[in-house]
Design a protein around this ligand. Structure first.
Ligand code: NAP
Ligand code: MG
Length: 400
């Protein structure tokens, strides 16, 4: 059978630990037998980031701007333990943080729902999509340990040299301080991405921050969303029969738990980070969630929302069997291939992405799954498969 041809390469960002092992299996068993894969390869494994002084991360983001579509494997964000483990030159920054800061935009995360894996919140009958702002706040902060008594101020120096000051705190002993920022332009593109996405999928959009406490910072987000909605989207939302509303994050959390799903929940960067982990876990597993960064300039980066599954990797290194769920990483690949196919006008590639996803879900619905799902499935007598066995079970269905 002739392989499906691609015209433009994907940006392929390889990663670390167990997800790096899965990455290779997905390529070998699920993609390369069917697709003549064209990719520009960047090794974002921690060793190579260290060897290249993290230049490879920047290069991969630049390549995404050039080629438009990327697929990324989970990567280690080093902490002190990793610096020692890998003998790092320094504690490199989070690659996701670097890439998102360069591409800007919004990360959309939606649960992958399948028969037999029911959300633990019983009233969630439809998926909840999280829209996470991908720029700024605590992810681009400046922080200091304050050694002792003294005054900390925010100082803004305008282009003409005039200054504005705001007291942060008058310390009478040691403590900590952090400064963070965001940009109107980035918040505007976050708002537009959310409104456009809501129209695309015809779902209500919720947006929540803590503007009662953060009266200027979070309030700015609220105002920008409202201004853009009123000026550009209100009419189209009405036509589509969908709603936009803003509420306090506390209220949103309470309402989400009582809702039936089927809406988009827009969150600031940090809220989106933790809330998407909560929502995906409640829908079944961290490994049952899609994640795509949509930049306002039309670049797409597909990834799995979970990490490198370190504990499974150490078992794998010891030669012990593992049962790591590859669904989110497979859907990162299918998402990227589908987008490439749509942009380049390659219906066969789009069709392949659909078939790969269908084969993955069919495998689970037939009772063949990894341990994380077997523990919670409502299907009777599931078969727990090892990491590679699960991928091979999908390959058999894809072949058929
Ligand atoms: P993690 O890799 O997401 O794993 C946390 C736990 O969740 C695992 O120990 C495992 O539980 C379960 N789990 C996650 N993904 C799974 C999968 N695909 N299949 C089965 N179980 C899965 O998070 P972490 O251990 O906190 O972080 C490990 C490394 O990942 C860190 O170095 C961190 O910097 C990095 N990280 C990267 C990204 C990214 O690149 N997108 C995101 C988050 C974290 P059990 O062990 O109980 O089976
Ligand atoms: Mg997270």
């Amino acid at each position: 059978m002739a392989k499906i041809q691609m015209s433009t390469p994907l940006v392929e960002m390889d990663g670390d630990e167990m997800t790096r092992i899965i990455w290779q299996m997905i390529k070998d068993d699920l993609i390369c037998p069917y697709v003549d894969l064209k990719s520009e390869y960047y090794d974002l494994g921690l060793q190579n980031r260290n060897d290249t002084d993290d230049q490879v991360t920047i290069d991969s983001a630049e390549a995404t701007k050039r080629l438009g579509v990327a697929v990324k494997c989970a990567t280690i964000t080093p902490n002190a333990a990793r610096v020692e483990e890998y003998g790092l030159k320094q504690m490199w920054k989070s690659p996701n943080g670097t890439i998102r800061a360069m591409l800007d935009g919004t990360v959309f995360r939606a649960p992958i729902t399948v028969r037999g894996i029911e959300p633990c919140v019983r009233n969630w009958v439809k998926p909840i999509t999280l829209a996470r702002h991908a720029y700024g706040d605590v992810y681009k902060n400046a922080e200091m340990v304050v050694p002792g008594p003294g005054k900390v101020e925010l100082v803004y120096t305008a282009a003409d040299g005039t200054q504005e000051r705001e007291l942060v705190h008058e310390f009478d002993g040691p403590g900590v301080v952090q400064g963070m920022h965001n940009l109107d332009a980035s918040i505007e593109s976050f708002a537009r991405s959310c409104f456009s996405y809501a129209l695309d999928v015809r779902q209500d959009l919720w947006f929540a921050t803590k503007d009662t406490i953060s009266k200027r910072y979070d309030h700015r987000f609220k105002d920008i969303f409202q201004e853009i909605f009123d000026a550009e989207y209100a009419g189209r939302f009405e036509e589509a029969g969908i709603e936009y509303f803003y509420t306090l994050i506390d209220d949103a959390v309470a309402r989400v738990m009582k809702a039936e799903g089927g809406f988009i929940w827009a969150c600031k960067n940090y809220d989106g980070d933790v809330m998407s982990d909560m929502v995906s876990s409640a829908f079944g597993s961290l490994a049952m969630m899609t994640s795509v960064l949509v930049s306002p300039h039309g670049y797409y980066e597909y990834e799995a929302a979970h990490g490198t599954v370190q504990r499974h990797y150490y078992k794998h290194l010891k030669g012990q069997p593992t049962s790591t769920n590859s669904v989110a990483t497979i859907f990162a690949w299918s998402g990227a291939l589908r987008k490439r196919g749509e942009i380049d006008g390659l219906p066969d590639l789009v069709d392949f992405a659909d078939r790969l996803e269908r084969a993955t879900l069919d495998t689970i619905e037939a009772g063949e799954m990894t341990g994380d799902l077997a523990r919670i499935t409502t299907l009777e007598h599931p078969t727990t498969l090892g990491t590679h066995e699960f991928i091979l079970a999908i390959a058999r269905r894809l072949e058929a």
